[in-house]
Design a protein. Structure first.
Length: 277
């Protein structure tokens, strides 16, 4: 980020005797990172109630964090597109709060912050009375780690689509012709074209997440979203996954399913079958 109020000198944090000071938080990662690290915001707002917290986020996330933290009078969400940020005294990456709050790996706090977020969805039209799961095998192709160390080829999931009595929903937006043919062949409920086409990220998907039995996803923002909503979440991971997935302490309500051999998803798919059946 750039601006006249930003310098190395004020890249810092609240002082013990601060009153009416403002901390600007930002993150250089993707949507999932912002959802993951937002868990620190209630701690800040409560511990430093005489001061203010600003979170700089993607425009499409403004609605989500406004809803999530609406009860904190000393909090404000600011979208990237806003031309002028209000006065602030300190600024730091939100990940730095681990250091400033003096947290260790065993102290990482977690409360499903998005569990009460508003939504609209007809459960019967989604589940048809059967076990229903969302399946997601890839994320943002612009992420440098996506192709080699995060995504799965959809064909690896074909054994899942043949399990009787189970509905699968796909809300992935950008799919290839080959992927579309696989989904069509196995009668998978594909909703990528009809959900979340407005300005608010995941606004429609949240309604679906609220009524399904769980989510199976690779390391994408969807896994962070569903876990933060308290939805049973199973994260499909490569051996060389991001350091945060080395432990389940970030999301104690989730299950981490890791490859046993790099590049091979067979063991992960077998684990999923055991969970569902």
């Amino acid at each position: 980020i750039q601006g006249p109020s930003i310098s190395y000198n004020n890249m810092s944090f609240f002082k013990e005797d601060d009153i009416d000071k403002t901390l600007l938080l930002y993150d250089g990662g993707g949507i999932g990172d912002k959802i993951m690290y937002s868990r620190f915001i209630p701690i800040l707002c409560n511990k430093y109630e005489k001061n203010n917290v600003i979170f700089l986020v993607d425009d499409c996330l403004e609605w989500m964090f406004n809803d999530c933290f609406k009860d904190y009078s000393n909090y404000r969400t600011v979208p990237y597109s806003k031309k002028k940020i209000v006065r602030f005294d300190y600024h730091c990456n939100i990940l730095s709060l681990i250091k400033y709050l003096n947290l260790g790996i065993n102290d990482i706090p977690f409360t499903p912050l998005l569990k009460d977020i508003s939504y609209k969805c007809n459960k019967d039209k989604v589940t048809n009375g059967n076990k229903t799961y969302i399946f997601n095998w890839k994320g943002n192709p612009m992420n440098g780690h996506e192709k080699g160390n995060r995504r799965m080829e959809l064909k690896n999931a074909i054994p899942l689509f043949s399990i009787p009595g189970v509905n699968w929903i796909v809300i992935t937006k950008d799919i290839t012709k080959e992927e579309k043919n696989i989904l069509k062949k196995y009668n998978i409920d594909f909703r990528g074209y009809i959900v979340d086409n407005g300005k608010n990220c995941y606004e429609d998907s949240i309604g679906i997440l609220k009524v399904v039995n769980g989510v199976f996803s690779t390391d994408t923002s969807l896994a962070h979203l569903s876990a933060n909503m308290g939805v049973p979440t199973y994260v499909m991971l490569t051996i060389g996954c991001d350091w945060r997935w080395a432990t389940d302490l970030w999301y104690p309500n989730s299950v981490l399913l890791k490859q046993q051999k790099y590049g091979c998803w067979e063991s992960v798919i077998s684990d999923i079958i055991k969970i569902i059946c």
